[in-house]
Write a protein that binds this ligand. Structure first.
Ligand code: ZN
Length: 410
């Protein structure tokens, strides 16, 4: 015998678990996945932060690809709690035993003052500008929106920071912070393509702003015209999603490393020396950090900067772009990063070599012990490696670089 809508809904609600918005918010805080089953036009008006969007009409079709784990607890919501109740019932039939429905839906959620957000909707101009990204399924409009919402901090607008800044800006990374207090010198122009002959003598941050504004008006450049020091590093890096390290001194690298690990921000690191470049990505607690690699800095005579040793202009160009590639992967959550791997580039032989890197279990910054101490509010025991201590070459596995320490001013 045919059933009425009321009977069907009653049946659906009886077969599933319903949670109210407050209970749902507690589940969200525990990391439970939310599925928004409304139509795209409704989603575009606002949604619960972190929710995945699978419209009710595509639920059966897309749920397995979206949530492969059938045991995972799921909270479905719609506008008022009806579509999500039917959706949860369907998911239970598909084996998602822990699918729940949020009663009252998004309307009740908003009425109770719980957090919600609106998605970035790409304008017509943006759809054209980023069309080659939109064609790639791994990026698409959601990925492009994520890039536009992303914040990347470049330490230095020099040889590495220049190509990275241009390509990250072109890719639509919405906020690019630049830490640099230097001015453009004519000797920079052989490789620092962010700058130009008519901007020699200008502040690098200002020159970078001009170049990026001309390339992509979607990008906001935040200038930090100061030297990265202990007193400002926490403040400067706060709020950035990824840091691209193009620094030129060990002091700055240790300082940046320690603060970034504490703040949980990935750092994409590169350095260049004449015809050689090195690259790795430090993801806090997933791979080693800079101190795991270099417990102590090499002596300055083994780490000459570009102004002393020289560098082939394309080398920082290549390495800076590889850094930008890592940054985009981290932001988009795609591919495999260089965490735990050091990529070495030899421009003369056109060869890449890869070294495995391990976390130092006794690292004063990223070991379990250091992490636990930090979580207890105690500063990690860094006194063993004061930055102003005499330089000692640790011999930490970089003998393959023609005896040169893996450093150099970019
Ligand atoms: Zn470490």
């Amino acid at each position: 015998m045919p059933k009425t809508y009321t009977e069907l809904l009653k049946e659906a609600k009886a077969s599933i678990r319903e949670v109210n918005p407050q209970e749902a918010e507690r589940l969200r805080a525990e990391g439970v996945t939310f599925i928004d089953v409304r139509e795209t036009s409704e989603w575009d008006q606002g949604y619960i932060p972190g929710a995945l969007h699978v419209a009710r009409s595509y639920l059966e079709l897309h749920i397995e690809a979206t949530v492969p784990d059938r045991d995972a607890p799921l909270v479905l919501y719609c506008a008022g709690g009806v579509r999500s109740a039917f959706g949860a019932q369907t998911l239970q039939q598909l084996g998602y035993a822990n699918a729940m429905s949020m009663s009252g839906g998004f309307q009740s959620w908003k009425a109770e003052g719980l957090p919600w957000t609106t998605p970035v909707v790409l304008s017509k101009e943006q759809q054209q500008r980023y069309s080659r990204h939109l064609l790639i399924p791994e990026v698409g409009s959601a990925g492009q929106a994520r890039l536009l919402e992303s914040k990347v901090l470049l330490i230095g607008a020099g040889g590495l920071g220049s190509p990275a800044a241009l390509y990250l800006a072109a890719a639509g990374v919405g906020t690019i912070g630049i830490v640099d207090f230097d001015i453009v010198d004519v000797s920079n122009l052989q490789r620092q393509v962010l700058h130009a002959s008519d901007r020699v003598g200008q502040k690098k941050v200002e020159s970078a702003k001009q170049a990026i504004a001309a390339l992509n008006p979607d990008v906001t450049v935040v200038g930090h015209e100061e030297m990265l020091v202990g007193d400002n590093v926490e403040r400067i890096i706060a709020g950035y999603d990824v840091i691209l390290d193009g620094t030129d001194t060990f002091e700055t690298r240790y300082l940046l490393n320690d603060a970034a690990v504490a703040a949980g921000i990935p750092v994409v690191h590169a350095s260049v020396f004449r015809f050689e470049g090195q690259l790795t990505t430090f993801i806090p607690y997933e791979g080693p950090c800079y101190r795991c690699l270099y417990p102590t800095p090499p002596p300055p005579e083994l780490a000459p900067g570009c102004s002393v040793a020289g560098v082939l202009g394309v080398v920082p160009g290549i390495m800076g772009l590889l850094q930008a590639n890592e940054v985009l992967k981290v932001l988009l959550g795609i591919g495999t990063t260089l965490a735990g791997r050091l990529l070495i580039f030899d421009a003369l032989e056109a060869e890449f070599t890869e070294l495995k890197l391990r976390r130092d279990p006794a690292c004063p910054v990223c070991s379990d012990e250091a992490r636990a101490a930090r979580e207890r509010g105690e500063a990690p025991a860094l006194s063993a490696f004061p930055v102003d201590a005499p330089f000692v070459l640790s011999g930490a596995g970089f003998g393959g670089l023609g005896g040169a320490a893996p450093e150099g001013r970019a």
